[in-house]
Design a binder for this molecule. Sequence first.
Ligand SMILES: [Ca+2]
Ligand SMILES: [Ca+2]
Length: 370
Amino acid sequence: MIIQISVSHVLLLAIWGKYRTPVRLVNCIGYNASVANVELDWDGESGKTTLQNCTFINAGSFNVWVENSADFLYMVNCILAGGDAIGLAFEQMGTSKYQGDYNLFHIAAGARMIAVGYEDEFSLSDVESGSWMAYSGQDSHSVVVHEISKIFVDPANFDFHLLSTSSAVDTGTSAGAPAVDYDGDSRPQGAGYDMGADEYVTQETLSFLIYFPHIASNSTWETEICVINTSAVQSLSGNLRAYNDLGQEVSSTPVILAANARNIADCYYVFIPNPSGIEYIIFESDSENVCGYTKFYIEGKYRVAVPAVSDVNAGDIYISHIASNTNWWTGISLLNTTSSSKELTVEFDNGTTKPITVAAKAGTSGVYYQ
Ligand SMILES: [Ca+2]
Ligand SMILES: [Ca+2]
């Protein structure tokens, strides 16, 4: 029996050769394995393993290890980096079952980037000079980087996002590339597909913001927020960034919406962590075709929805109705989107005023009585 194993968007802990092939790993990240990040263990039958847009960093012995030359390894748009032993190890002589291209190779200076049968060995410089390409007939579009600090944002602290200047940015191939990256960012960004699990996204591409200025998630109230893609044809991707009452980011949740799709994030029950610590949420999107609403509710009692805010106010804000009586109260939520503290004045229709200070990037909400 053939079982197709297909894994994507995962941080690899261990997948080893218990499974019959084909195995396909997409957008996977593996690092610091004691022996090998990826092992193609020989089970007596020739099989195929595909590594597509994966990032593998540092392993005790082999970053990627092929035990038997009869096993087929297809590796494209991948990054093999770090380590000081062997990057890509073929245990036996023969690489005729290896197909690879558009990969980024790195290993510590003096180590073996690629070894075949422990006889034919290629340093990073050998790969760079084309010796490996001539030997294998593969990796003609692959690249070499000598310093890991020039590939990733902060590899020492396990941030394997690509630097904007990384050689992996825009140098991958579209062939077989997934539509999104490990983060959920759509591919490609910029001038082309990136190598590795991350597609580099410039901040500017997530430049469309909508605001959910108040989140109530406590023993009384719950909040549901919804993001809607209003385009009939374009998907959108973005992040739900949640902030506390000091304006500090407490979580970031990637969201991808197909055309005409919506995403409902119930702050309490679903996937935004620590909802009670959230004061407000900003959804940053790569598309202007986005809107949303906030729904406040007490289960079985009250339920009210208000639109998310897409335009930031300046000057006077008019609040056209205040209900403050024995049945109703009115809460007002304000969010300071700037980096400096703001002094505001609430002016009531009877002429009385109330000063409010809203700290930089902070929100405030309350009931402002006359
Ligand atoms: Ca790109
Ligand atoms: Ca990304």
